[in-house]
Write a protein of this length. Structure first.
Lengths: 306, 102
């Protein structure tokens, strides 16, 4: 019967002995949850890719959609989302520092770093709200044809015009509508009045139409300002749907991460883990927090860069 | 763990992630002409972006999420499903996307 005893004694079996994964129950379950969540997010992102490859030529170009930066005028593509990425990476770093301090049973340092992580998470969620606000309120406005295709106004120089510039002229108008709403009749009369204006599809290979065709499109269609689940001035409505759904689902993860982080932070303050003799809860919530950062790395690439 | 003296290893990963993100943003803003050549259905620039993203993801998972120091069985349990299923799904859907309604 010595072989049986050998089996139990063999601590190198699987590399983990009697605990083949070498991991405690709670951490293991967190990992399996994260694995399933990773597959959920890849489902969303690949579905986004499917739609994008289907509408390749007219898919909105992210740098023409997300162009605002607080306090700065004009086009600032990528800057704001780069800042958001930095904030999330930074809060991931403070989380590792908290876990590291927990391993050393340094309660003061865990408190400090958990607090910074929560602050970073709040700033990120707030930044996302700001991004959503600007996406929803809209920028230049667009014409939606009777067949629900989105078209943008261009002038003879090939510059994209906002409704504000179409109606108030290039001198008086703003490059962004700043929330000012325009009616179909106003845009139509300005479009008819200037024969150099024409409509063009968004995206890298969008078709341009003649002035006469453009007027006919607007007469049969309508104007759209801003974006929601039904209309989207930036282009395909699927772009807005996926934007709201994926960044919303990620934002909800960040939000719940902040809540869970706060619960753990509160327990650190109460001394729960000091009494328990270990800070493994900080490690588990840390895994979740890093996962949120990991997903954002992919969202950043596939929504804003590619 | 010997490699866990102090906190320098955390800050090292932080700087790596920051520099890669910085490079991505700069490339995204200037979009250098020579990187816009089309290969396998996308531009070289997009492939660069995806590779840089995978490097970032690897650092987050390996160091921040500590998988590098887990047991071999744990690594397989986490990496095999994700590294088989996600590229498979991506390949299928992106290929189908080009044929949809065509």
């Amino acid at each position: 019967m010595s072989s049986n005893a050998d089996l139990i004694q063999d601590t190198n079996h699987w590399g983990g002995g009697s605990r083949p994964l070498g991991s405690r129950y709670g951490k293991l379950m967190m990992w399996f949850f994260l694995l399933s969540d990773a597959l959920t997010f890849s489902g969303f992102l690949t579905a986004y890719g499917l739609m994008r490859f289907k509408y390749e030529s007219t898919w909105p170009i992210a740098e023409n959609v997300f162009t605002h930066f607080p306090g700065l005028e004009g086009d600032q593509p990528l800057l704001y989302v780069a800042l958001m990425t930095f904030i999330l990476i930074m809060s991931s770093v403070t989380m590792v520092l908290a876990v590291n301090a927990g391993e050393k049973m340094n309660r003061g340092a865990v408190t400090n770093w958990m607090l910074w992580t929560i602050v970073g998470g709040f700033i990120f969620v707030g930044s996302q709200a700001w991004e959503w606000y600007h996406f929803i309120i809209g920028d230049s406005g667009a014409v939606e044809t009777a067949r629900q295709e989105i078209l943008h106004v261009y002038n003879a120089e090939g510059e994209r015009l906002s409704f504000s510039q179409v109606i108030h002229g290039m001198e008086e108008g703003h490059a962004s509508n700043h929330g000012e709403m325009f009616t179909k009749a106003e845009v139509l009369s300005s479009l008819k009045g200037d024969a150099t204006l024409y409509l063009k599809e968004p995206g890298k290979a969008g078709r341009a139409f003649t002035h006469a065709e453009s007027v006919a499109f607007l007469e049969a269609g309508d104007v759209v300002q801003g974006a929601n689940m039904i209309h989207n001035e930036y282009g395909r409505k699927q772009f807005a749907n996926f934007f709201f759904f994926i960044t919303g689902f990620h934002g909800f993860h960040v939000f719940s991460g902040v809540v869970i982080n706060f619960v753990i932070f509160y327990n650190v303050l109460l001394g729960t883990y000091e009494r328990r003799g270990h800070y493994r809860m900080v490690e588990k919530v840390g895994l979740y927090w890093h996962f949120v950062d990991l997903v954002w790395v992919f969202v950043f690439t596939f929504f804003y860069l590619v | 763990m010997a490699e866990h003296n102090g906190t320098w290893w955390i800050w090292k990963v932080f700087w790596i992630l920051l520099v890669i993100t910085g490079v991505e943003v700069v490339l995204g803003i200037i979009k250098p002409e020579f990187l816009l050549t089309q290969v396998i259905g996308t531009s070289i620039l997009n492939i660069v972006f995806i590779l840089l993203t995978l490097v970032k993801a690897a650092y987050i998972v390996q160091i921040f999420m500590h998988v590098k120091y887990e047991k071999k069985a744990m690594k397989y349990a986490l990496y095999l499903p994700s590294l088989i299923l996600i590229p498979y799904l991506t390949f299928i859907l992106l290929t189908e996307g080009s044929y949809l309604f065509s």
